[in-house]
Design a protein around this ligand. Structure first.
Ligand code: FES
Ligand code: FES
Length: 154
């Protein structure tokens, strides 16, 4: 079947199988490489995207579920708050690797939309599904805290 949706601010249409996963369609059919294929079983968060503004694991989401909706990947997150977050991530050394960062970024952005002033504990809890296998979470938490200190979402 053919599905249509908004992807990072543009309209797309693509032919998919009923059992095809959103992650594979984004990466292999639509050429959007920000969400990463890592564990493929919902354990790591590297494939996180926003579906109508809510974070979902695209490796566990059927592509047909995106029909008529809005999908935003790390590449499509724009605006003042996203810029603050990018700057804070860069300054705090939170951009650690290309694998986990897109998912971490999407989740951090979603958190700051849900909660203006999350505590360190709340940040760690919110990011618990996003795994880093090598470096750790200190700089990422600091990056989010920096946005909070700067005033967060206006
Ligand atoms: S690739 Fe989706 S959670 Fe790991
Ligand atoms: S997995 Fe990306 S920095 Fe550890």
């Amino acid at each position: 079947m053919i599905i249509k949706f908004r992807l990072d601010g543009r309209d797309v249409s693509v032919e998919v199988e009923p059992n095809e996963l959103l992650l594979n369609v984004l990466r292999d059919k639509l050429g959007v490489k920000a969400p990463k294929y890592s564990c493929g079983i919902g354990e790591c968060g590297a494939c996180t995207v926003l579906l109508d503004g809510e974070p979902v694991l695209s490796c566990l989401t059927l592509a047909v579920d995106a029909n008529g909706r809005e999908v935003t990947t790390a590449s499509g997150i724009k605006g003042e708050e996203a810029e603050m977050l990018m700057k804070a991530f860069a300054e705090e050394g939170a951009v650690q690797c290309g694998f986990c960062t897109p998912g971490m970024f999407v989740m951090s952005y979603a958190l700051l939309h849900e909660k203006k002033r999350p505590t360190e504990e709340e940040i760690r809890e919110y990011l618990r599904g996003n795994l880093c296998r090598c470096t750790g979470y200190v700089n990422i938490v600091r990056g989010i805290e920096k946005v909070v200190e700067m005033g967060g979402k206006k």
